[in-house]
Structure formats: C-alpha cells, structure tokens
Ligand binder design. Structure first.
Ligand code: TXA
Ligand code: MG
Length: 312
C-alpha cells in the first residue's frame, strides 16, 4: 500500500478529514461512525446538518450492513455496477446514524471504483461519509488541485488521484420507498437501469425526498450562467454588452473574450465539464454562455448539471 494512503486511513481513524479521488468527482471523507468528524465535515463544506450524505465502502458486503432491507432490484444493480458510479438509497440499519442520514430513515451507499479510493476504503475498513469536496452549492472538484483551491487549509489531507474519469456525480437510485426513483441522473443512464431491472423507475422530480442535488441551484459557478440554443448563439454574442466567456461545440468566435470548445460526445463532455466551468468562472468575465447540448437521452446527466448551474 502507498504510504500516503496508509496515512490517510490513519487520519480518518483519528476523526480527521481526507479528500480523496473517485471516478466521478473528488469526495471529502470522514469516518461515518464518528459524530464529531462528520460535524466538522459539514462545517467545512458549509452544508446544512439535515442534509444526508453518501457513505462509501470497499465492498458491497460491508455497504449492505448499513441497510435493513435490500430489495432484489437493488442487489441486481449493486452486482452489476459496484464498484462504480452508482449510489443506492436504501432503508437504513442501526449502523447508519442520524448524523449521516440527516435524520431520515434511509441511507445513501456507494462502492467507488477509483483505485486510490478502493485502497483507502480497504485500509480504513468501515464506512466513509463523503460529499463532493467543494463548498455547498458550488462546482464539484474533479482534480486534487480543485480541492486545494476550494478547501485547501481546512482539510487534513488531500489524496492525489489524477483527473476523475467520469467527471460528474454518481447516478442515485432510491429504493427506500415503494417505487424505485432516479434521484440524480449520471453516467449510468436511466434507460440502462430500466433495461437491467426490466421495470420502470420514477423520475426524480416526482420524488419528495430531500436531497441537495435536488435543489434548483447547485453545481453553480459564481459568474452568471445562461444556456443558449445553437441557432441563437451568434445573435446572443453580437447583442451582448457584457464581457463574455463561452462554452461551445464550435470553433472560437473572435468577438468573445474567453472561449472553450467542448467534445461532441456526452461522456467526453461530462468528463471535462466541471474543470471547464471553473476555468470560465475564473476568466474575469461578466457572463458565461453555454451552448445547449443535444436533447438525446445520453445527454440527460449533462443537461441536468447545466440547468442547475444556470439557476440563481
Ligand atoms: O459521485 C458522487 O456521488 C460523489 C462522490 C464523492 O462519491 N458524492 C456526491 O455527494 O456527489 P454529495 O453529498 O455532493 O451528493 C450526494 C447526494 C445528495 O443529493 C444527497 O442528498 C443524496 O445524495 N443523498 C444521500 N443520502 C440520501 C438519502 N438517504 N436520501 C436521499 N438522498 C440522499
Ligand atoms: Mg455535491
């Protein structure tokens, strides 16, 4: 085991905070059984105490100790996608304390696939509570450098693990009530899940469960962001008096101060999205225009994050 991973596991055991890479985004970890550690985690993140947090584990077996009732469909998804970018919301067992569930009767469980995360979770042994390692409401980090910019002095250690391969947060499926529901779209699509389970899952908007990813404005840069249809982009640029930063599929337009070109495939786009939003946000512009991505189903998770980035 790498010495820094061993050290990180020791820090977690002593109640410290460790930011670590996952394949989706970087997480800010604390021992899920330590009330004081989790309280400090919430304080650093600036997150309200009644919001639940996802627990991370080295294996499905350990993860399922934290639930008292695991429907067959949830087991099927775990078998298929863990380790990987999937979070299951299940009825909690006594092992899942109020301070990680936000007082709800359910708990969020995930077994991440990133090798550094896996090594850390194995060395630690138990559950690690970990929201994305950014300040509440702002853009999630996909590199260790992002974490240091956001939380640098406030955490005990930042584990390095390169750029997150998927780039947007895990798909969340809720099995804690009668009908399974998609709480947050992600790399694993709703269609893929429905196909594997051979049943329809409800859409997040119909679900009444409290979850910060469900707040309208989330994953948002500080600069105002607007989504613009491809056909309207040129007109928006020529009529704007503000200093603009643009995120688009096409080539740079010389009238625009800062232009980032994005890949035309949804997973390539997702992988780069948060780093791009951070870059545009620090470009010193007054507004960010984003060329709207296609309406096709494979863009659902990207469209979800972009629409939240626009709401203020
Ligand atoms: O990809 C990810 O899921 C990343 C990495 C670090 O694993 N984590 C992440 O955590 O995005 P966070 O805390 O930023 O978002 C977790 C989402 C929130 O919307 C939270 O409310 C929801 O999961 N959640 C957690 N437990 C829940 C529960 N019991 N019921 C409903 N929603 C829950
Ligand atoms: Mg988050």
């Amino acid at each position: 085991m790498k010495p820094e991973v061993r050290r990180a596991a020791e820090i977690l055991k002593r109640g410290g905070l460790v930011a670590f890479p996952t394949e989706t985004v970087y997480g800010l970890g604390a021992d899920a059984s330590n009330a004081k550690a989790v309280a400090r985690l919430y304080a650093v993140k600036g997150r309200p105490a009644d919001h639940p947090v996802i627990l991370h584990f080295a294996s499905q077996e350990i993860a399922f100790y934290f639930s008292r009732e695991i429907p067959q469909a949830a087991r099927t998804l775990a078998e298929r996608f863990w380790p990987g970018p999937l979070t299951l919301i299940l009825k909690r067992s006594a092992k899942a304390a109020d301070f990680v569930t936000g007082g709800q009767d359910s708990v969020g469980l995930r077994v991440p696939a990133h090798p550094v995360a896996r090594e850390l979770l194995q060395a630690f042994g138990g559950g690690v509570a970990a929201p994305s390692a950014n300040k509440f409401g702002l853009v999630s980090p996909t590199t260790a450098a992002h974490v240091r910019e956001d939380l640098g002095g406030e955490v005990d250690m930042v584990l390095e693990g390169g750029a997150s391969e998927i780039g947007i947060e895990s798909t969340i499926v809720d099995f804690s009530s009668a009908v399974p529901a998609l709480l947050r779209p992600g790399f694993i699509s709703k269609a893929e899940i429905e196909k594997i389970l051979n049943l329809k899952i409800q859409d997040e908007r119909q679900s009444a469960i409290r979850h910060p990813g469900g707040l309208e404005r989330h994953y948002a840069p500080r600069t105002p962001v607007r989504l613009v249809a491809t056909h309207a982009l040129d007109k928006e640029i020529s009529s704007s008096k503000a200093k603009l930063a643009v995120l688009a599929f096409s080539r740079p337009d010389e009238r625009v101060d800062y232009w980032l070109r994005m890949p035309r495939d949804a997973s390539g786009y997702a992988q780069r999205l948060y780093a791009a939003l951070r870059e545009l946000d620090s470009a010193g512009c007054e507004a960010i225009l984003i060329e709207a991505p296609p309406e096709a189903p494979e863009w659902a998770a990207v469209r979800d994050r972009l629409s939240r980035a626009c709401n203020r």
